[in-house]
Structure formats: C-alpha cells, structure tokens
Ligand binder design. Structure first.
Ligand code: NAI
Ligand code: MG
Length: 335
C-alpha cells in the first residue's frame, strides 16, 4: 500500500470540527496517510508572529498536497487574507469548484452538474490598495495575458478530460474593456485550440440571473478571481448551500483542497457544521493522489447516508451533529 504524506491545515472557526470528521472518514477507508499538521492565520500570528509561516508553505511544497479548513480574515482591518496568500505563495492558479446536487437533498436544482474554474492569483485580489488622499482609495485590478491564458487553457483541458461539452467565460468586458477585455480575448484565443468543445461568453450580471433561472444551460464556467468567488457561493445556493460545495486549488507546485465556504463564526464551536463540503474536497484529493478506489468507497458511503436521509446536519433540516454524521459514513465504510 502506498503511503501518502499530506499537509493538514485544520484552520479556525468550524475548521477543526469538520477537518477532524473528514480525517476520521478518510482514515476509515483504510488508506495509509501520514498527516503533517500545520497552522496558518490568526493562530500562526500568535504562535510564530506571522500569519503565513514558511514551515506551512514548505510542507505543502514538499508533500505537493494539502487538505485545508477555512481561515478567518478580519473585515476592513487587520491582516490580509491568508487563503489568498497561500494560493499566491504556491501559485495555485486554478480554483476548481464542482457544483453538483446530492441525492435526496432538498435544493432548487437536484439535477445540476456544473464546474466553476476560477482564476486564483490576480484581479482585485492582488491586494494592491492605497489611500490616494484622505477619502479616496484606489484598488488595482490586475489582469495579465499570462494568467488569463493559463486559466482558459486549464478550463478547456479540464472540459476535454472530463467529457464536458462547453466552456463559458463570464466577464464585464463591456465596462472594463481593457482588463476583462484581455481576459475574454485570451479565452477566445484558447477556445480556438479546442474545436470539439463549445465556447461562449456572458456578461457577469446577466450570467448571475441566468444561473438562478436556467443553470442547466452551463457546463464549465471560467471566471476571473472576484467573479469566481461570488458565483461560487451563488452556485452553492443552487444545490443546497455552502455545506455541500467542495473545491481544489491547483498549480504546478501542488494542490490545496478546501471547501468553498468560510469559517462560519456564527456556528463555530457548536459541533453542528456540515462536513460534506470539506469531505468532498477530500474525495477530490484522494482522486488527485491516485486513490481512485478509496475515493469511490468514501463517496459511495456518503451518498448512501444522504440517500437514506436519516442522518443530516442542521443546515439541511436535520438534527445530527458533525460527528454523528461522520460516524454514519464511517459505519457504512466498515459495513
Ligand atoms: P461562511 O462561508 O463562513 O458562512 C456563510 C454562512 O454559511 C453562515 O451562515 C454559515 O454558518 C454557513 N455555513 C458555511 N459553511 C457551513 C457548513 N459547513 N455547515 C453549515 N453551515 C455552513 O462565510 P462568512 O460568514 O462570510 O465568512 C466567515 C469568515 O470565513 C470570514 O472571515 C471570511 O473571510 C472567511 N472565509 C474563508 C474562506 C477560506 O478559508 N477559504 C472562504 C470564505 C470565507
Ligand atoms: Mg468565497
């Protein structure tokens, strides 16, 4: 049996609760993982004087794969996002977020099956903001040909290798003619290399309305960083909420698997968070490291628990605690 070294970043808020549930389920699949636990964010600031310790980055670089819980970012003050910092430090340029409903979960679109490919390194998340004069702030949106081409290529290659039929670029090139214009231009250039896959584009505001009204018209969607962030939460809402939306941050140097949602301070510490989004991120991780069989078993066990509909967390109208939900899946794996 291959032994895998994986960096584990429990995060804060609900992070440690959902990560420990997920680790327990993944370990019940019987595969051999040596977890290397590291901290980031506020915990690291307190312990090491920096939110993004080199030891954590080095661990991900060495292991090339990490499972990460959410990290809180202070609003309007304090340190800059460590989530964004980690993605940039490791150049994890593609944020891949499948949007697929689970069996028997009440939601608006039970048949939905989409994939968001979000550019993860630039746009307004470059963090270049300054006060020009008191009362006037400038925030720079950076769009480069290199990153736009790279993410478009990733989206089309993903579509080609996953049997997907269409890639849609979402943008605001009517207003931001240069920046979003460049993003769209790169997309169209890459699209020409993939004649077997349909390509189209939509202006982001209309795209949001279309996503709510007729999401089945989309397949793979590619967006710059900010739009990808917003549309990810919108799409989570289409399939039953943030508790169900997984993701992967992928680059040449490694891959960090994490849910779409944040640290959910409103429910942290109560043991009631839904671990499904991070568990599904873990399943994506298992496939990434070649553990196809274990991934399928964990996924099937989770699907069975959902199909039965008896054990459910509070966000889905149930009464099960995080750990009880995890135990139900572990029991299926052991059965
Ligand atoms: P959030 O995603 O943490 O929570 C939004 C709502 O969804 C809350 O009502 C929460 O209780 C619920 N929710 C989220 N995940 C859930 C789960 N697994 N089970 C049940 N309910 C769940 O977004 P919010 O409140 O805007 O952000 C909180 C903090 O998280 C902020 O500091 C933000 O910066 C950070 N954040 C971190 C991310 C990351 O680590 N990648 C991503 C998004 C936000
Ligand atoms: Mg987000």
């Amino acid at each position: 049996m291959t032994k895998h070294n994986i960096t584990l970043i429990p995060g804060d808020g609900i992070g440690p609760e959902i990560i420990s549930a997920t680790v327990r389920i993944i370990e019940a699949s019987g595969i051999d993982i040596e977890w290397e636990t590291h901290i980031l964010g506020a915990q690291a600031l307190e312990k090491h004087g920096t939110t993004l310790p080199e030891a954590t980055i080095e661990s991900v670089r060495r292991n090339k794969v990490a499972l990460k819980g959410p990290l809180t970012t202070p609003i309007g003050k304090g340190f800059t996002s460590v989530n964004v910092g980690l993605r940039k430090a490791l150049d994890l340029y593609a944020n891949v977020r499948p949007v697929k409903a689970l069996p028997n979960v009440p939601c608006r679109y039970p048949e939905l099956d989409l994939v968001i490919v979000r550019e993860n390194t630039e746009s307004l998340y470059a963090g270049l903001e300054h006060v020009v004069v008191p009362g006037v702030v400038e925030s720079l949106k950076i769009i480069t040909e290199k990153a736009s081409t790279r993410i478009a290529r990733y989206a089309f290659e993903f579509a080609a290798s996953h049997g997907r039929k269409k890639v849609t670029a979402m943008h605001k090139a009517n207003i931001m003619k240069l920046s979003d214009g460049l993003f769209l231009e790169c997309f169209n250039r890459v699209a020409a290399d993939f004649p077997g896959i349909a390509a189209d584009d939509k202006i982001i505001d209309n795209a949001c309305m279309q996503l709510v009204m007729r999401p089945e018209q989309f397949d793979v969607m590619v967006l710059e960083n900010l739009y990808g962030d917003i549309v990810s939460d919108l799409c989570a809402g289409l399939i039953g909420g943030l508790g169900l939306a997984p993701g992967a941050n992928i680059g040449e140097q490694g891959a960090v698997f994490e849910a779409v949602h944040g640290s959910a301070p409103d429910i942290a510490g109560q043991g009631i968070a839904n671990p499904t989004a991070i568990l599904m991120s873990g399943i994506l991780m298992l496939r990434h490291i070649g553990e196809m069989e274990a991934a399928a078993r964990v996924e099937n066990a989770m699907m069975e628990v959902y199909a039965e509909g008896k054990v459910r967390t509070k966000d889905l109208g149930g009464a099960a605690k995080t750990d009880e939900f995890a135990t139900a899946i572990v029991n299926k794996l052991k059965a």
